[in-house]
Design a protein around this ligand. Structure first.
Ligand SMILES: *[C@@H]1O[C@H](CO)[C@@H](O)[C@H](O)[C@H]1NC(C)=O
Length: 195
């Protein structure tokens, strides 16, 4: 009887150890590499702003998401547009935007009163990191809507965009040129639109 109890304790201890180890490795695993191994990622894109197509979305030196003058080979201006696996019908167009230089994702502000988007560690469970593309206009520019609240869209905050304009989210109506984007790997951008 004693022997049986000892064996049970041993088996239990071994099981516990296994559970602990797999939980530990899950917690430490990098979700970006797990979900999108480096060799499986799509070619990075630049996110051009319709209001001034010389500008595109970049991670600024201070870590903020800003508009920068488009420059070839600047990793802070390159983004992986990573598709949400289409498990649910109609969910297939949603995507995450992960910066090539920082490997962090663009996230909407958690505070409803804030507008600026932030860079955050990629987290596929965080609804604040998911985006929905709207239908492109005749020029191939479209709104990038907040998945959790599609009345809001990515926005060059403040209207007349310039180098250093902070990028955030704002009501998508009216559909002004600082809310319209084209995500492409083409450089230099072939399409010029100046209002
Ligand atoms: C983005 O612009 C490029 C270059 O003008 C164009 O080829 C592409 O179709 C546009 N993207 C979309 C989704 O319309």
């Amino acid at each position: 009887m004693a022997r049986f109890a000892a064996a049970t304790v041993l088996v239990c201890a071994a099981l516990l150890l296994c559970v602990e180890q797999s939980a530990g490795s899950l917690a430490s695993a990098d979700p970006l590499s797990t979900l999108f191994p480096a060799n499986s990622r799509p070619p990075p894109v630049m996110i051009y702003c319709k209001q001034n197509t010389e500008l595109n979305v970049a991670v600024g030196d201070d870590g903020k998401v800003v508009l920068a003058v488009a420059k070839f080979g600047e990793f802070k201006q390159l983004w992986w547009k990573l598709p949400l696996p289409a498990l649910v019908h109609g969910e297939g167009h949603k995507f995450w935007l992960v910066n090539v230089a920082t490997e962090q994702a663009i996230a909407t502000p958690t505070d409803d009163n804030k507008r600026e988007v932030k860079m955050a560690p990629f987290n596929p469970w965080d609804k604040a990191q998911l985006w929905v593309p709207d239908t492109p206009d005749a020029d191939g520019f479209y709104q990038i809507k907040v998945s959790a609240d599609e009345s809001k869209a990515l926005n060059g905050l403040g209207g007349s965009v310039h180098k250093g304009t902070v990028v955030g989210i704002y009501p998508g109506n009216p559909v002004s040129a600082n809310t319209l984007w084209n995500l492409t790997s083409i450089w230099p951008f072939p399409f010029h639109y100046f209002p």
